[in-house]
Design a protein around this ligand. Sequence first.
Ligand code: SF4
Ligand code: SF4
Ligand code: SF4
Ligand code: FES
Length: 958
Amino acid sequence: MITLFDPKTDIDLGTPARDSQVQVTLNIDGRSISVPEGTSVMRAAALLGTTIPKLCATDSLEAFGSCRMCLVEIDGMRGYPASCTTPVTEGMTVHTQTPKLATLRRNVMELYISDHPLDCLTCSANGNCELQTVAGQVGLREVRYGYEGENHLEDVKDTSNPYFDYDPSKCIVCNRCVRACEETQGTFALTITGRGFESRVAAAGGDNFLDSECVSCGACVQACPTATLMEKSVVELGQPERSVITTCAYCGVGCSFRAEMKGDQLVRMVPDKNGQANHGHSCVKGRFAWGYATHPDRITKPMIRKHISDPWQEVSWDEAVTYAASEFRRLQQKYGRDSIGGITSSRCTNEETYLVQKLVRAAFGNNNVDTCARVCHSPTGYGLKQTLGESAGTQSFDSVMQADVILVMGANPSDAHPVFASQLKRRLREGARLIVIDPRRIDLVDTVHARAEYHLALRPGTNVAMLNALAHVIITEGLQNQAFIDARCEGSDFATWSEFVSRAENSPEALGPICGVPAADIRAAARLYATGGNAAIYYGLGVTEHSQGSTSVMGIANLAMATGNIGREGVGVNPLRGQNNVQGSCDMGSFPHELPGYRHISNEVVRAQFEQAWNVTLQPDPGLRIPNMFESALAGSFKGLYCQGEDIAQSDPNTQHVTAALSAMECVVVQDIFLNETAKFAHVFLPGSSFLEKDGTFTNAERRISRVRKVMDPLGGKADWEGTVALANALGYPMNYTHPSQIMDEIASLTPTFTNVSYAALDSHGSLQWPCNAEAPDGTPTMHIEEFVRGKGRFMLTGYVPTEEKVNSRYPLLLTTGRILSQYNVGAQTRRTDNVAWHDEDRLEIHPTDAESRGINEGDWVGIGSRAGQTVLRARITERVAPGVVYTTFHFPESGANVITTDNSDWATNCPEYKVTAVEVSRVYHPSEWQKRFQEFSDEQHRLLKDRGRGAKAEVRR
Ligand code: SF4
Ligand code: SF4
Ligand code: SF4
Ligand code: FES
């Protein structure tokens, strides 16, 4: 019996799989095999376990047929066809190992080796080089040609990229890197220049890799069969010896990686080809920007201090948690049970997040728990729950490959969700049509071989008006899917909504001028969305971080329901989550009003289940949200905070308000890997653990729960969940977990959408998308298929209410904010990596017209003033922003981007209105007053950290 190799393993089958119902049977070296029509001879042979030598073929890329190593003989066919480019046919008889083939392959290999340095023993790829392997396979023992004459052995290395080298002397011009950059990444940064012997790989748009259009995703490095493109970490540390599958800790795509180790040292991160969210691809952050994990700035000892002006004292874990617990209890005795609270982290694991909210509810005895999702996707939770019945996206990322029309609104996937962006671009190259709704001319608007058919460059703050105008066109032109609406949605709500959007006041002609977009473009985009086939909406923080963020999310869900674009592949409503575990932190009950699984704390039945499991009485009323915690702190009633893995002093709006609130607290406990901005206001510092130092799970934007696996011991002695366990026990609330799998078992037992989730199930499935329970034991890739989670879909009224943040003669420009590819969120991790080579400061993007009228030149320092505060950045003059709009990233604390954002927020969820701030910009020569104060305070805190003492605990305790 013939056993096929499991294609899910890491074996390279040479060419990609083909998806066909038609099976073709052929004979290879006397053995029969059936494969889908369109499969290559090479892949069919590999499935049989037969190795055909190859150099230019790999199963992540379409065959190219250039190296001539994979020649075979086929009965009835002349010559020696390349098996990688020859598709199977019914009844074909193939011979892969004949004396003639052996000679031909040896001759070809001889030519390659004659222009290749013979430094195998000292080469960084030694033992993991396909050229070396194939030379062995073909039995090459000697090379008849000398090194005289022309060769490339003296070609100069390009070491400009901080993470990988390009050594052209080792290049065999197989084109795999070029194809990886095109097919996998979609950047098209590489070309082969010259012909024949002169052929060389070149990075377009610059003299070297760093200056070129390359975005350092590393796909070419992974595809290269030789040491030509090679990670610097491998050159430095040598080939890895073992690997552990884990999940990226950066963005909400949730890429799966093999952490390749040598002893306890991480050598490289290689995207896992079996990863269900990323299929073997990655971006620069996940693949390369992991150096922060062992950065010297890591704080690895617990510390305490009485006042934030005191030097830190290093103490043991026991002493630190005992001190924190005694302070929390003291505060509760003095100021009341509700005077303390906690913040969970969207960067930590589900298990850790669950434990923090459990600690707050069970050990603090209140519901004062919130999460950073408050400041990003809380409107998603609210808006989708109201309309569809579940606070989560509806699709898998792979679903985009079935979409005919893709509407991207308020999101910039190329920078913030790069691996999904690559998949999306591939679909666009296949012919899907694109609508972008964004104030900025983001990369997707005009990318290589794909461009947006409509870019509706709306004025910041007018999303709801835009969505209503789109809905108006759909309803008044009769483009809705009435059969879907009748079968799947609440009829009376639809009637009310359709009457509302049909009003003249909601027409593109009425709302277009408010949005700053021609009515004709809105009409055309609406028609395309409604009638172009499968239409999928992807949205981001440009939708949620507004005073009407929740209204916009409901407006998006309305559009999808009205057109029947929900409940199957290729359609849906897809929030692109920012941080790695935003979805998970929300799922795990991090909001003050919800227990895990989005069940309201006031629900007696649900509360009783948790009370029994946790052996406590729970408070029935929602606790404080983050902004309420700040207000209460300033009012004197909120005095203590446990903040795990979050940097609220940098990430939350109106920085001066936040820092004043933190300064007003008596016990701030920060658990983090670095002395972040919040920790500068802390009294207890608990060393956090990086994702490499713990077990757990993350849940990505497609509800996919993936394992995080420990590859090294926590530098600070405890994983974050162990720190929470220690704190709970010190507070007198027993927690006895010895492994995160036990925490997940508890989550599963208490959360209906997680019933079938366990570490064993995750190990066997690779990952699982919730709901995962008796009805869906293998998880749920697409939601709302037969009916909505809430039963019938509910159209919600979405009246447009302009934000209070208005431009006037004093603040005539609108500032909006966003991310850049190389940096992540508050930048605490990526700023401590070589990613600063691409972005080492936040800049203010300003349109040439606005710059000229203010006498601002490229690179000038400019003051940005809003009603909330002032800061100074350098200017970048660009037409990516429209006149009247300025834009900046927020990755560097000294930029003070959130000093100028106001504390306006979403009406339903308090999500801050980061995306709209009225500002004025002018040329300046000095930092702002806030920046001067920030620098002084920061310097002082670093001095107190540097001077940290040991063994002076008594001083603190008094
Ligand atoms: S750099 Fe590597 S992948 Fe690219 S052509 Fe040369 S050998 Fe092939
Ligand atoms: S690193 Fe990525 S973007 Fe850069 S050349 Fe390689 S494949 Fe292209
Ligand atoms: S796309 Fe996101 S999850 Fe994937 S490697 Fe990049 S940062 Fe990590
Ligand atoms: S592997 Fe088929 S021609 Fe290179």
